[in-house]
Design a protein around this ligand. Structure first.
Ligand code: C2E
Ligand code: MG
Ligand code: MG
Ligand code: MG
Length: 305
């Protein structure tokens, strides 16, 4: 059962400003409490290789186990947490938790050993049997621009990864275009620094926001995440299909990997394969899963997603 948190960002215009401010303040206090009482949890959505159909990594997605409202989704509280700066503390917790999960997942499948069982849906569609993969699992972690404002905080991220003992190469930080747009000079320094630690950078939601193609060579990035908006229409809209094909081609030219988001249908999966997209995630393969569920998915011999 799911409850929505009445949030100030979705306030309607008739509501007095005073009321909005009061509610924001109340939510801010609740977030503070959530940080202290560890009401947050991470769910993990498998990221699947388009070629082999096996799980190559996970994206960590934040949820708030609210004592009264149930499971609250990030879009309901992250915007406020960004304004109040609380996202920095939340982000530190997310990083630590996601690194622990990555260690556990890697242990389960054997560090760098494969193959993992292909998803049946993919295996059926796959033109040939899944190739043996020797790539260790990675973890994708969403990072707010606000978390990268201070170089000190970036060093804290790097230190946490180094201290965790995971290979920094297997840590992928997802940033959005707003970071690049708002302060390109700082963004460049931030990305540079993160990469010096050995972490990978993914540009999230590519194709939505401002999407200047010049960013792609201005900022050194490893991965382009193709937004769900394109993926959801590419099965039936030839224009979307061509846009995605162009994005994948461009990424390839620039030496970047592509991950498609929000794959819900077999025809989308087939189209992405045809185009040569590297990897994907979506409800078709798996919804974001709790730690235990994700572990079970990895353990299963016959995965039926
Ligand atoms: P995102 O990074 O673009 O994450 C993908 C979103 O798409 C997730 O929503 C995921 O649950 C959803 N999704 C995955 N597959 C499908 C699908 O097949 N169909 C549909 N309709 N949706 C799908 P979620 O978990 O609600 O997260 C929303 C956004 O909140 C994320 O978008 C990200 O921007 C932000 N977020 C999540 N966790 C964190 C975090 O730890 N830190 C920060 N700063 N932001 C986070
Ligand atoms: Mg993301
Ligand atoms: Mg995204
Ligand atoms: Mg998105």
């Amino acid at each position: 059962q799911q409850f929505m948190l009445q949030h100030a960002d979705t306030v309607d215009a008739r509501q007095p400003l005073e009321q909005k401010a009061r509610r924001d303040l109340a939510t801010e206090k609740e977030i503070q409490q959530a940080i202290e009482e560890q009401q947050f949890e991470l769910h993990y959505q498998p990221i699947i290789s388009m070629r082999g159909g096996q799980t190559i990594g996970f994206e960590a997605l934040l949820r708030w186990r609210h004592p009264r409202r149930g499971l609250v989704y990030p879009t309901e509280f992250i915007p406020l947490a960004e304004r109040t700066g609380q996202i920095v503390a939340i982000g530190r917790w997310v990083l630590g938790e996601a690194l622990n999960a990555l260690k556990a997942f890697q242990m389960l499948v054997g560090r760098g050993s494969g193959p993992r069982p292909p998803l049946t849906a993919l295996a059926e569609a796959a033109p040939e049997p899944a190739p043996r993969s020797r790539t260790p699992l990675f973890m994708s972690i969403n990072i707010s621009a606000r978390q990268l404002f201070e170089l000190q905080e970036i060093d804290a991220i790097g230190d946490a990864v180094m201290a965790s003992g995971v290979d920094p190469k297997q840590v992928k930080l997802e940033i959005t275009e707003s970071l690049l747009v708002d302060d390109p000079v700082h963004a460049q320094a931030a990305i540079q620094l993160l990469r010096e630690y050995g972490m990978r950078i993914a540009l999230d939601d590519f194709g939505t926001g401002y999407s200047s193609l010049s960013y792609l060579h201005q900022f050194p990035m490893d991965t382009l995440k193709i937004d769900q908006r394109f993926v959801s229409t590419m099965g039936r809209d030839p224009k979307s299909y061509r846009i995605v094909r162009a994005i994948v081609g461009l990424a390839e030219e620039l030496g970047m990997e592509t991950i498609a988001e929000g794959i819900e249908r077999n025809n989308q999966l087939a189209a992405l394969r045809e185009i040569g997209c590297d990897a994907g995630q979506g409800y078709l393969m798996s919804r974001p899963a709790s730690f235990r569920e994700a572990r079970r998915l990895l353990q299963q011999k016959q995965v039926r997603w």
